[in-house]
Ligand binder design. Structure first.
Ligand code: 5AD
Ligand code: SF4
Length: 468
């Protein structure tokens, strides 16, 4: 009998891409996907360990889902992803109903692991009157596979892409070698390894055939990508040749390793969107040094200037951590001023949370929680203002929108992204994947409102219209 699998993913885009990879792998092993946990034979939570809050959400959700087991005793409840790797021992204690714990390098073995876990559950279900400790199998001893494998890229596994999806997220490099002192990623995802360029290009072609018009290359340090002579810049140039692909993006590059070649590819290849996520983390050189980020604020500003010079209307986004150990008010103020100066279109703002295994976790978490909250609230309020101002600059100008589908709150409008990755809601009817032009009539901190127009001959800030 076919079994139904339900996957719920937390965390970053790479994790979402891993969710698609797991689904593709499991469906090729006879499982069917379900979007309803109540209808599932197997429930997998694909988790994130980057910050404490992400972990607390997952524990809460797991505890909820574990209740389904009172009705469905053969249900298998598993957890995969970074948190599975990071906290397996604590997890077993906190969520005894877990049957399976699988790290990010063990997905190839999931069909076998799930079969074993399901067998254990079926045995338990038959033996339901026995006391829990006497029952054999996973409820007492979850199956655990968290071996990190420095060679695993999953290059040959099928990916289950959502049919008709306009944007495809394609992982091109896994792991991270940077060891920033706050970050758990190198410990839970292991060393950097790039996928072969040919597999990436085959994925791009498959995504285009499946209806994707935009591709986002993913990696924790995506600009560390290398397969022989092919670096990220070369890969972007090659992917731009794939028929049907209108836009290319990549995330997240490390600011210390943005090469001139990459800037050149962004400037020269029309399909590469004028947008970059450039995590700065802090505006203070002292904090950056303790974070071991490998650049100073002067380096970072020089990079921003080079990108602005080469790519007209480039949009910047960033990640910032406030309350890092030892962050003085002056350090925080430097971050605040940097946000003002650079004028990011968007920023992901976090308060520091200590992650075991990392270097910073051994230092005193010196900024009190309420002060961290205050600093976070300050930068959030500032960024809202900046994003609103950045978006207002488009009012009255034409933008190119790649339509993704109906707008959520205005059914007679469509929504999509501009080349700068800003959401635009356009008063028009158009199929997903259509590229249209529109004049911006209004803007909030998060969205542009626009009305459709004919493609302009010259569009400042957009790209010259190209044949699809
Ligand atoms: N505490 C807070 N934020 C963190 N990030 C990574 N580790 C931590 C941590 N321990 C943030 C960084 C990174 C983003 C993905 O998450 O800003 O760029
Ligand atoms: Fe974490 Fe730094 Fe690697 Fe990014 S570059 S994943 S912040 S260790």
């Amino acid at each position: 009998m076919t079994a139904a699998i339900y996957i719920e993913t937390y965390g970053c885009q790479m994790n979402l891409a891993d969710g698609e990879l797991i689904l593709g792998h499991m469906t090729s092993h006879g499982y069917v996907r379900t979007d309803d946990p109540e209808a599932a034979d197997v429930i997998l939570l694909n988790t994130c360990a980057i910050r404490e809050r992400a972990e607390e959400r997952v524990i809460g959700r797991l505890t909820d889902l574990a209740r389904l087991k009172t009705r469905r005793r053969d249900l298998v409840l598993g957890m995969c992803g970074c948190m599975a790797q990071h906290h397996r021992a604590a997890l077993i204690a906190r969520v005894p109903a877990l049957d399976l714990i699988v790290g990010p390098d063990a997905y190839r073995r999931l069909p076998t692991l799930l079969e074993a876990a399901r067998l254990a559950r079926t045995t338990n279900a038959r033996d339901r009157d026995a006391p829990a400790v006497a029952r054999t199998g996973a409820e007492v001893n979850p199956l655990v596979d968290v071996r990190l494998d420095p060679d695993e890229t999953y290059a040959d596994l099928p990916t289950a892409r959502t049919p008709g999806s306009v944007r495809a997220w394609i992982t091109i490099i896994r792991g991270c070698d940077k060891f920033c002192t706050f970050c758990v990623v190198p410990y839970v995802r292991g060393r950097e390894r790039s996928l072969p360029a040919e597999s990436v290009l085959a994925e791009v072609r498959a995504a285009a055939a499946n209806g994707a018009r935009e591709v986002v290359f993913l990696g924790q340090t995506v600009n560390a990508y290398r397969d022989g002579d092919c670096d990220l810049a070369a890969l972007l140039r090659r992917a731009a040749e794939v028929p049907g692909i209108l836009r290319l993006r990549f995330t997240s590059p490390h600011p210390a390793d943005v090469s001139l070649e990459l800037v050149r590819a962004m400037a020269e290849v029309p399909a590469v969107a004028p947008q970059i996520h450039l995590p700065v983390q802090s505006g203070s050189d002292a904090v950056l040094a303790r974070m071991e980020r490998g650049y100073t604020i002067a380096d970072y500003r020089a990079l921003v200037a080079r990108l602005r010079d080469a790519i007209p209307e480039i949009a910047f986004s960033t990640d910032v951590i406030v309350g890092f150990p030892g962050e003085s008010f002056a350090d925080f103020d430097a971050t605040y001023r940097l946000l003002e100066d650079i004028g990011y279109d968007h920023a992901f703002l976090f308060k520091y949370s200590a992650r075991t295994l990392t270097k910073a976790a051994r230092w005193e978490d010196s900024v009190p929680e309420d002060e961290k909250n205050r600093r976070l609230a300050h930068v959030i309020a500032l960024q809202e203002k900046i994003s609103a101002t950045r978006n207002r600059r488009w009012i009255g100008r034409p933008v190119e929108v790649l339509v993704e589908g109906p707008a959520r709150r205005s059914p007679d409008c469509v929504a999509g992204k501009t080349p700068q990755f800003t959401t635009a809601v356009v008063a028009a009817a158009a199929a997903p994947g259509t590229r249209l032009w529109a004049t911006v009539t209004g803007a909030t901190a998060h969205t542009l409102l626009a009305t459709p127009i004919e493609a302009p001959e010259y569009a400042p800030g957009g790209r010259a219209p190209r044949a699809a």
